[in-house]
Design a protein around this ligand. Structure first.
Ligand SMILES: *Cc1c(COP(=O)(O)O)cnc(C)c1O
Length: 397
């Protein structure tokens, strides 16, 4: 009796879902795709004039004019003392670990882009995952101390979706156990807490300027540190370890940003404030449009934080909403609304890391729950009112 009833319900549910999908795909095949992100592009004419200047200078990389200008401009814009530009956002993570001579074990989060943990792997460091806080998606500071062993040398949190971590708590723990803190701040470009850049927290913060991020240099990234000495060390490490023409002080790598992308970055910096303001409007429209939808949770702006609206995640409660996350994801896709399941699967589920004791799902219940319920909605400065309405309408059914 019991089983039969359940099966009937299941069949009914799937029939309904299929009928619903047919209905909407048939009606809306012609609709333009709305992508999860769209790159911020500088004015092409201005970029060409910068290219002409680069052609005249005939200096393409190795700390050229535009590279120096962009480092200066970013220090000012981000309110940070020292920045080193990189060719992408993964190398700064790898170099940060080298610069601080991290070894042994590092405590980090499974709820991130996989590069965070890959940087540890490339440095022969053991990854130790801790669970996350469902309100922010960030590492739960309450879980850190239990994960510390005599081999722990650092904590590597991520400001997920640009939500600032509890940097004060994390620093207190780090100080108590004499650990370094490296923030993967790939999502936190321009994020302030009480008027101060979140990028100044910890020993080092890293940024990504990948095409999909709030601010991009096509590919690119940066590392932020707090002393001239550390910046020098980092600049050597990103250039094969060269200190001068004939001296190699460390086994460095090649992580240098070239002049063309530095010039592109200077132009994009001029419009990033406008882009963030547009993103904020998109976030507000989504929140307003979804506020009374049962089973859909949005993230709130945090008090005293200047957000960058890098992502707009929603979390689906199947029991309340009536459809699972994957059902909604597929329905959106069938309507050409291309949300993404960031971050699913968790890093701890990938084959490289699955065998670690800390990757056991029993150690990461919240991370699993969040990863299994998230969809990041389309979020970029170019979304129109009509686009936003289309997204909201599909979710509202
Ligand atoms: C994008 C991203 C990176 C890697 O940046 P790349 O520039 O693509 O190398 C690292 N960590 C997080 C959290 C990211 O989102």
């Amino acid at each position: 009796m019991e089983i039969g009833k359940r099966n009937y319900k299941k069949v009914e549910y799937h029939n309904l879902l299929a009928a619903f999908k047919n209905l909407i795909t048939a009606k809306h095949e012609e609709e333009e795709p709305i992508t999860v992100t769209s790159p911020l592009l500088p004015d092409l004419k201005e970029f060409i004039s910068y290219l002409e200047d680069i052609w005249n200078r005939k200096w393409l990389t190795n700390n050229g004019h535009y590279h120096q200008e962009l480092e200066k401009a970013l220090c000012e814009y981000l309110k940070v003392p020292y920045i080193s530009l990189f060719t992408n956002g993964t190398l700064p993570l790898m170099v940060a670990l080298q610069a601080l001579r991290i070894s042994g074990e590092v405590i980090t989060t499974p709820y991130s882009f996989v590069a965070t943990t890959h940087a540890l792997w490339w440095n022969d460091i053991k990854t130790v995952f801790v669970d996350i806080d469902p309100r922010t998606g960030n590492m739960d500071p309450d879980k850190i101390e239990a994960a510390i062993t005599p081999k722990t040398t650092a904590i590597m949190p991520v400001h997920v979706y640009g939500n600032p971590c509890d940097t004060q708590r994390i620093q207190e723990i780090a100080d108590k156990y004499n650990l370094k803190v490296i923030y993967d701040a790939a999502h936190a470009f321009g994020v302030d807490v009480k008027g101060e850049s979140v990028l100044n927290a910890g020993d080092i913060s890293t940024l990504s300027f990948h095409a999909t991020k709030v601010y991009n240099t096509v590919e690119g990234g940066a590392l932020i540190c707090h002393s001239e000495e550390m910046k020098k060390r980092i600049d050597h490490l990103k250039n094969f370890g060269f200190e001068d023409e004939t001296t190699v002080v460390a086994p460095g790598i090649n992580g240098k940003m070239d002049e063309i992308r530095a010039a592109y970055g200077l132009l994009n910096l001029k419009q990033v404030d406008d882009a963030i303001a547009s993103r904020k409007c998109v976030a507000e429209a989504y929140r307003e449009g979804l506020k009374d939808v049962k089973g859909i949770r949005c993230m709130c702006d945090l008090p005293q934080v200047k957000h960058n609206y890098a992502y707009f995640p929603i979390f689906i409660d199947k029991a309340e909403y009536g459809l699972s996350r994957d059902d909604l994801y597929e329905i959106m896709k069938s309507r050409n609304i291309l949300g993404r399941r960031y971050f699913y699967p968790l890093i701890s589920e990938f084959s490289t890391y699955r065998g670690l004791a800390s990757a056991n799902p029993a150690n990461l219940p919240i991370a699993h729950q969040i990863a299994n319920s998230v969809i990041c909605l389309p979020m970029h400065a170019g979304l129109s009112k009509k686009d936003i309405e289309r997204v909201i309408k599909v979710i509202r059914k």
